[in-house]
Structure formats: structure tokens, C-alpha cells
Design a protein around this ligand. Structure first.
Ligand SMILES: Nc1ncnc2c1ncn2[C@@H]1O[C@H](COP(=O)(O)OP(=O)(O)OP(=O)(O)O)[C@@H](O)[C@H]1O
Length: 257
């Protein structure tokens, strides 16, 4: 089965609003292995974001445990958590969360500051990752000068640039049209596979879940079922055909110029 990277045991989260209790997660048990592309799929209010936030150590559970690389993160202090996240985790957000005053290059280079890279190496790596997401000609652009799809590609480059072992993505295609969503899923899939990184994606969109090796169906705070797919299956069904189509477009472009 490979190396266990995230293990969630008997996880429960109850929010209290005044005298009312909302059970956001009931009793979640879950194992995620190194290199898996996972989707947490469910409708609005099912508990997806709560689960992701707890796996990322952004919220504390009411009960239960979360182990990442065999370390119980629910027991860590805020300072330990911050260091742990900087070292092992990348984030991708629905609304991109880029810094508006910075260029694409500066946004991507940002996580490398905390990892102790020199300025020259930060910029070199940031350029490499912007090239990988197809933004070779956008280094100097600021977020407002880019489309949503381009901004999310900057977000992806920023999440991957420090080669974290785990990437958490909360509705990464939530603000994008279908064509751009496919593009973004394609890029994330390829980048994660290249270095055997693990991705956990929260989504309400079954089309996004098509790219996952593991789909965790969640409803009313409970896991309904978990579907596992063969890695090659996703590649042959969704990645390869997209590349063939993309290459054809390139060929067309060559012929017409
Ligand atoms: N900070 C909070 N305080 C009180 N209740 C909360 C809080 N966060 C989430 N909830 C409740 O917990 C339940 C699960 O919410 P959660 O945001 O995890 O669902 P979701 O599946 O991510 O939905 P969405 O896609 O709409 O974000 C919901 O009933 C929600 O109202």
C-alpha cells in the first residue's frame, strides 16, 4: 500500500453556537498514502472544509487524532504547527489568496523565504515553477492583471515550489469555468505525480473527483464511502487524451503561422 502519510482516527468536531451544537464531523477514520491524489467530495455543509482544516492543523478537533508522517498534529503548539506547515505542506485556495502588491514571480518565491533560500535561488526556482504552469510570459504581472485561471496557476506554482510532501487544496476550481478547471486539475495532477507528492482536494464537483486516486464521499459529517482507483486508470482516461488534444492545438498553431 505504500507509505502512510496522513492518518485520521475517530475524528469529531462539534461547533457550539450559543446553546446550540453543530456536529460538523461525526466520527471520521481515514488513511492517505504517499503520492495519492485524494478528493473529499460532498455537498455544501457536509463537513469537507472542516476536515481539511483539521488535517492541516488550522482547527483543533473536539475528539480524535490526526497523524501526519506519524506525528500527532493535534497536540502541537501553534508555533510547532506553523513550522511543520512551512516544512511539509502547501496550500491552494478557491480565491487564490495571492498578495496583490506582489508580482507573480514574487508570490511564487514567497514560501522559499521561510525555507532559507537566497534571493537568487528563490527567483530561479520561482521562474522554473511559473514555466511549469505555463506562465513564462507573466513573471512581472500582478494578480489583478491576470485571469482567474492564470491566478490559480500562480497559486499552484506557489504551493509546489518548496516541494512540500502534502498539498491541501480547498475548492481549487470553485471560481473557474469548466475548461479552466480541467486545465488546473491537469496541471496539479502532473506536478504532484512528478515528485510523488500527496494532494488532498476538497470539492463539491464530481468532475474534479475524476482526477483522484481516492474519492472520499462525505455527507452530514460522516464518510459514506471511499472509492479507490488505479493510478494508470486516471492517466489513460483523463490525462493522456487531454495531452493529445493539447498537442494537436500546438500543431494547428504551427501550421497556421
Ligand atoms: N466556525 C464555525 N462555527 C459554527 N459552525 C460551523 C463553523 N464552521 C463550520 N460550521 C458548520 O459545520 C458544518 C460543516 O461545515 P463545512 O464548512 O465543513 O462544510 P463544507 O462541506 O465545507 O461546506 P461548503 O462547501 O459550503 O464550505 C456546517 O453545518 C457549518 O455550518
Amino acid at each position: 500500500m505504500g507509505e502512510l502519510i496522513i492518518e485520521v482516527k475517530d475524528l469529531r468536531k462539534v461547533y457550539k453556537i450559543g446553546s446550540e451544537k453543530v456536529v460538523a464531523l461525526n466520527k471520521i477514520n481515514l488513511s492517505i498514502y504517499k503520492g495519492e491524489i485524494c478528493c473529499i467530495l460532498g455537498t455544501s455543509g457536509s463537513g469537507k472544509s472542516t476536515l481539511l482544516n483539521m488535517m492541516a492543523g488550522l482547527e483543533k478537533p473536539t475528539k480524535g487524532s490526526i497523524e501526519i508522517k506519524s506525528v500527532g498534529i493535534e497536540k502541537m503548539t501553534e508555533k510547532q504547527l506553523a513550522r511543520f506547515r512551512q516544512k511539509h505542506i502547501g496550500f491552494i485556495f478557491q480565491s487564490y489568496n495571492l498578495l496583490g502588491a506582489l508580482t507573480a514571480l514574487e508570490n511564487v518565491a514567497m514560501p522559499l523565504i521561510f525555507r532559507g533560500f537566497s534571493k537568487i535561488n528563490r527567483e530561479k526556482l520561482a521562474r522554473k515553477y511559473l514555466n511549469m504552469v505555463g506562465l513564462k510570459d507573466r513573471y512581472k504581472h500582478r494578480p489583478t492583471q491576470m485571469s482567474g485561471g492564470q491566478q490559480q496557476r500562480v497559486g499552484i506554482a506557489r504551493a509546489f515550489v518548496g516541494t512540500p510532501e502534502i498539498i491541501f487544496a480547498d475548492e481549487p476550481t470553485g471560481n473557474l469555468d469548466t475548461k479552466t478547471s480541467i486545465e488546473v486539475m491537469h496541471i496539479m495532477w502532473k506536478m504532484a505525480r512528478e515528485k510523488q507528492q500527496t494532494i488532498v482536494i476538497v470539492t463539491h464537483d464530481p468532475e474534479v473527483a475524476l482526477y483522484a486516486d481516492k474519492v472520499i464521499h462525505i455527507r452530514d459529517g460522516d464518510i459514506q464511502k471511499i472509492d479507490n482507483r488505479e493510478n494508470d486508470d486516471v492517466y489513460e482516461k483523463y490525462i493522456l487524451p487531454y495531452e493529445v488534444q493539447y498537442d494537436e492545438h500546438l500543431e494547428d498553431a504551427k501550421v497556421s503561422t
